[in-house]
Write a protein that binds this ligand. Structure first.
Ligand SMILES: Cc1cc2nc3c(=O)[nH]c(=O)nc-3n(C[C@H](O)[C@H](O)[C@H](O)COP(=O)(O)OP(=O)(O)OC[C@H]3O[C@@H](n4cnc5c(N)ncnc54)[C@H](O)[C@@H]3O)c2cc1C
Length: 614
């Protein structure tokens, strides 16, 4: 049987195609059905929506809830909070749009069966912090998935989308997507009038702290492989803030979350000698970022900065003081449950390292950088804003439509909107779904057509690594290193090493500069050249190959953005050694990039930041 013999091509026609069935994808699928009763809504997911995405394992808190029914916060407050945390640079129109709708989403999730904890005295949702409410969230994802399943015309699980398809007559209009079934190998061609990308963020583009057999133990899910960025980048969608990679301070080795510990259990940190250290770095930080250090709460990146400086000064490790709080049996239970509901691995690490937080203050460390759009970071696609709120310059069509016609996004995909988290991502999915329905209905009969030539060419490209392996394997009798192909794991490690050493990863203490970034780009280009030599032993490795393609393109984008922004806006996330200070005069702006796949060139530009909320 030849390379393509026996492999089926499955055609799926949709009015709206949702790529990725995580939080945002489920929200988009659900809402598209609400507004588009008679439309064909298809959700395609590379895993199974029942347990896919960053929320797969469950969560212990919903991190974005205003509490407007009790007058706790207003949407404007959330915009101020996110703006402050991101050192002044957020898309306030998009953030406001999510904040004004997010409470409705949370109430709906509760109706669907998500148990939300209540304060026994007030009857309100139990707050963990100003924005967070506590949930019994082990089944958060299945609950959300059920709503999407019931709403969708079809959910196509186990299909990895590798490329978007374009309309053959309108060069900047999307027409669908292609991918392959990771179990059967069937080739899937999706023809759609509108596409919503909701494929999560990117882990494993920087070398993780845990390598070798432990490399899957990262904070961010290893299956978040940058498709959310690579798919739109490839077809020329503009991206924003891709330099704003996130670094997390977490419990060492298990990446257990610290939010509930700081906010609910009121634990605090100290250095290896039991001293408070954040204040010690106040003057140093002020010299870098000016009055941003006086903001309340102190921006996430600046807290990382103090930790990094203290460790570099030789006074590590940094520890979370749990011994006091854990004397209270209620707090002890909450502390453990916090992990059991969402990061069981941290509890296992503590057990295996003889750490009882009642007796020992556990270590904290900073993670390798990740690219995301929904956490304390806002990388992603440049999207059109809400008609009633966005400044004219941020509007060119439908809400959450990228700069490619008919291509929408939500969740980690969309840039400029930090702190949306699970509830905000679902909400943004709903917003994108509603807008996509409007787009489809208003376009009427004016439908995109995809060219057979385009998807047949892509089919060849997608499966080529299987052929490379089949032929190249004959050249060796044992081992994995072949003169004619590169395995996905080798490519991944090469990528991670380049990003780590040149673009500001853990091994350089997040430091980079123009010289390093330019060299990083040269090395990324060489890796790109070698990608046509990838060898995939089976379908699983084929998936790994395409995930690597996506990670590589996103990495290029991160590197170009980091090079373009000639300042250190977020010390603690990364440092430009040649521009160590924040420079509001020249860089109080968004960075935008556009990739041209024909020339392989990136065009960079600045876009204004509008402060809509006072
Ligand atoms: C470690 C961690 C802890 C967090 N803790 C909290 C918390 O406590 N509270 C809170 O509210 N939020 C939390 N968040 C944030 C929340 O998980 C995210 O905001 C949310 O999941 C983002 O939604 P999304 O749909 O963009 O991405 P995801 O939910 O990750 O979904 C992306 C989906 O796309 C699929 N996909 C990817 N590539 C492809 C492809 N090529 N083809 C097809 N499908 C694809 C993936 O399999 C996945 O199902 C946390 C996030 C992380 C990473």
């Amino acid at each position: 049987m030849g390379l393509f013999g026996g492999r089926k091509t499955v055609f799926v026609d949709a009015d709206i195609l949702v790529i990725g069935g995580g939080m945002a994808g489920c929200g988009a699928t659900y809402e598209s059905r609400y507004w588009g009763r008679d439309l064909r809504i298809v959700c395609v997911e590379k895993a199974n929506i029942e347990r896919s995405g960053a929320v797969a394992q469950g969560l212990y808190a919903i991190n974005c809830y205003m509490g407007m029914q009790w007058g706790e916060n207003q949407p404007e407050d959330h915009v101020r909070y996110a703006r402050n945390d991101l050192m002044g640079l957020v898309r306030e129109d998009l953030g406001y749009d999510i904040a004004r709708h997010v409470d409705g989403t949370v109430h709906m999730l509760e109706e669907w069966g998500l148990p939300i904890m209540r304060d026994p005295k007030t009857g309100r949702y139990q707050r963990e912090g100003k924005w967070q409410i506590m949930i019994h969230g082990e089944s958060y994802k299945p609950i959300v998935a059920e709503a999407a399943r019931k709403a969708a015309t079809e959910v196509c699980n186990r299909i990895m989308v590798t490329h978007l398809l374009m309309d053959q007559s309108k060069p900047n209009r999307v027409g669908g997507a292609v991918g392959f079934n990771v179990r059967t190998g069937d080739f899937h061609v999706f023809r759609a009038k509108a596409v919503i990308v909701a494929a999560g963020g990117a882990s494993h583009i920087f070398k993780p702290r845990a390598v070798g057999e432990g490399m899957g133990r990262t904070w961010y899910a290893p299956w978040s492989s940058a498709s959310a960025y690579a798919l739109p980048i490839e077809v020329g969608a503009k991206m924003t803030q891709m330099e704003n990679r996130i670094v997390l301070t977490r419990f060492k080795d298990g990446y257990g979350p610290v939010g509930a510990y700081f906010l609910h259990l009121k634990t605090y940190t100290q250095n290896g000698y039991g001293e408070e250290y954040e204040k010690r770095w106040y003057d140093d930080t002020k010299a870098l970022v000016g009055e941003y250090v006086d903001r309340h709460p102190v921006p996430t990146c600046l807290r990382n900065h103090a930790l990094l400086k203290e460790v570099a000064a030789g006074r590590g490790p940094i520890r979370m003081v749990t011994k006091e709080a854990f004397q209270d049996p209620h707090k002890e239970v909450v502390g453990w449950e916090n992990f059991l509901g969402m990061t069981i691995g941290q509890a296992v690490v503590w057990a295996s390292q003889n750490i009882d937080p009642k007796e020992v203050n556990p270590e904290l460390t900073t993670s390798e950088p990740y690219v995301m759009g929904s956490h304390a970071t806002c990388s992603g696609a440049w999207a059109s804003g809400p008609e009633d709120y966005a400044p004219v310059e941020y509007q060119w069509g439908y809400n959450r439509m990228m700069t490619v016609d008919g291509l929408f996004g939500a969740g980690d995909t969309i840039g400029g909107t930090a702190h949306k988290f699970s509830s905000g991502s679902f909400t943004e999915g709903r917003i994108a779904g509603k807008a996509a329905v409007k787009y489809v209905l208003e376009k009427g009969k004016e439908q995109p057509r995809v060219s057979e030539q385009e998807y047949r060419d892509l089919e060849k490209l997608i499966y080529q690594p299987l052929e490379n392996y089949r032929i190249g394997r004959n050249e060796i009798v044992a081992g994995t290193v072949s003169p004619s192909y590169l395995l996905p794991i080798h490519g991944l490690q090469r990528l991670e090493k380049i990003m780590d050493e040149y673009v500001g990863g853990i091994s350089t203490n997040y430091m980079t500069n123009g010289v390093l970034l330019n060299r990083g780009l040269e090395l990324l280009a060489m890796l790109k050249e070698d990608m046509s030599r990838m060898g995939a032993e089976d379908l699983h490795q084929l998936q790994r190959t395409w995930e690597l393609h996506h990670r590589l393109l996103a990495s290029e984008s991160v590197t170009h953005h980091t090079l373009f922004r000639k300042e250190t806006r977020w010390p603690g996330y990364y440092y430009r050694g040649d521009h160590m200070k924040l420079d509001d005069e020249n860089w109080h702006c968004f960075t935008l990039s556009r990739y041209d796949r024909k020339s392989g060139k990136w065009a960079m530009e600045k876009a204004p930041v509008y402060h809509i909320v006072d």
